[in-house]
Design a binder for this molecule. Structure first.
Ligand SMILES: [Cu+2]
Length: 136
């Protein structure tokens, strides 16, 4: 019995992913908009802190990591180079806060399209993330 349990635990550790994403979506922008934003939650199962250092997509000329801040009593957004995800925690990209910015759209995104983007981490890991285009 002990052996079976040990094997089960081993299996879980082999098949659990280091990075798991959820609630992924891209905001449906107006038909002629050149930019839009994507949101998701990124859960790190790493025992060490890691950093997200880059995002890439093939449907926009530039893909940036953005956040929002208050400036002259207006909310403005800005690009950042990296964000740290502490060990065993979740980083949330959500409306009004961090987001993935897609600038210079190469194609018109339609509602319910599924687009794949790539996220890169400072430990050399990367993940492909499927994001659904939707209104909000
Ligand atoms: Cu932005």
């Amino acid at each position: 019995m002990k052996i079976i349990i040990a094997i089960m635990i081993l299996n879980i550790s082999i098949f659990s992913k280091n990075i798991e994403t959820s609630k992924e979506f891209i905001r449906l922008s107006s038909p002629f908009a050149q930019v839009t934003a994507g949101f998701l939650e990124i859960k790190s199962n790493y025992k060490k802190d890691i950093k997200i250092i880059k995002a890439e997509s093939d449907f926009s000329k530039h893909t940036e990591l953005h956040d929002m801040k208050m400036e002259n009593s207006k909310m403005t957004m800005f690009a950042f180079d990296f964000v740290k995800i502490p060990a065993h925690s979740t980083m949330v990209f959500e409306k009004g806060y961090k987001h993935i910015m897609f600038i210079g759209l190469n194609e018109r995104l339609k509602e319910n399209d599924i687009k794949t983007i790539k996220l890169f981490f400072d430990n050399g890991d990367s993940v492909d993330v499927k994001m659904k285009v939707k209104k909000f």
